[in-house]
Design a protein around this ligand. Sequence first.
Ligand code: UDX
Length: 464
Amino acid sequence: MDNNHLGETLLPLAPKNGRRVLFFPYPLQGHISPMLNLANLLHSKGFTITIIHTNLNSPNQSDYPHFTFRPFDDGFPPYSKGWQLATLCSRCVEPFRECLAQIFLSDHTAPEGERESIACLIADGLWNFLGAAVYNFKLPMIVLRTGNMSNIVANVKLPCFIEKGYFDHTKEGSKLEAAVPEFPTIKFKDILKTYGSNPKAICETLTALLKEMRASSGVIWNSCKELEQSELQMICKEFPVPHFLIGPLHKYFPASSSSLVAHDPSSISWLNSKAPNSVLYVSFGSISSMDEAEFLETAWGLANSMQQFLWVVRPGSVRGSQWLESLPDGFIDKLDGRGHIVKWAPQQEVLAHQATGGFWTHCGWNSTLESMCEGVPMICSHGIMDQPINARYVTDVWKVGIELEKGFDSEEIKMAIRRLMVDKEGQEIRERSSRLKESLSNCLKQGGSSHDSVESLVDHILSF
Ligand code: UDX
């Protein structure tokens, strides 16, 4: 096999090493992409790859002819929405175990010379039941954290936040802006947004996940030392297993595709006619949604900024609407060609395009990393889960973006866009973004931190 279908790569293809690695992605776009990028990376290092996956949001097998796929029935229709982590995990326990048993059986009964000993399972850090399953098969498990370390630092400290009553007191306005004493990089308002109104229930779920991580044979991070050196020290103390910071994973094989939805090619043809750094790209990831009022505030903020924009509106992402029908009549005509709206864009290509000068994002970790890798400054609209803490790091630690404080408010949106796209402040952020891009690109090259971590990871897997 050659490297052609892996796209342009930083890595030569190593000869097969006779070891098979099993992968088990979590069925969301933001989790499937880094897992399949990691599988491609280890394939290039000589490993044979088997992907175990749910029928729900199953990856597109035709993009990966060099992998073996082992689907199992989780009881959900293929593209169902609104399912919860706990329900999905409980439905997967038994079919996953059976799938694993079949893989071991077929390996055992394969003709001599075709057997490849199974080295380990690499599983997404959101699965909460795998420790027991792999124990029965004496199979080492490595956890892939598709997000960053700073969020895990906060998760570890969550019981302490609850005990100290932070979720009771933070409702006082003055305290929201203050730094959290146990984690001064973040603010009280960040932990409130992250853990919401029911921190005790979230804490219970997270504790189970962290326990799996602590008992694992190692953790792989889609992050790098250049971004999270100080968080790494705390993580190593808390989780005394080997840690491999090998990100940004999407940059090893820039042309590889793991999109669950077809990209609209008009995104790029529209950008091709625009001047450098003149377009704001707007996208809020693969699962977020907004109500009609927020959608209209977004639309007017974009329109009134008088800047050009490429806006991804996923069908169904405006609650109660199919797609764009809640826009006022004549809205698009009044833009006079300044705006282009698509259902799904080739995001990495859009961010790499010279016309793209800013990214208004929800700060999902993949979007954040993809933007930083292309040196594109951000406007951060943080939502839930890991996004508020990602946004805090973007604005206050790496200083490559500005924060929207009020949620979806057209006046604030308009001003933020102008600050980023027109004002001197935006130019300074763009310069910092370019420097960060350079440093992220270097960490993947020979002698770079992520490059070296990949080599350690390969040795670690071969040692099983
Ligand atoms: C989810 C969580 O929301 C996020 O916070 C967590 O870090 C990962 O899981 P999601 O909301 O989809 O992910 O956001 P994100 O992590 O940014 O992933 C979205 C992916 O979809 C990115 O890789 C992006 O390139 C891709 N995308 C998005 C497209 O290819 N086209 C689009 O139009 C929009």
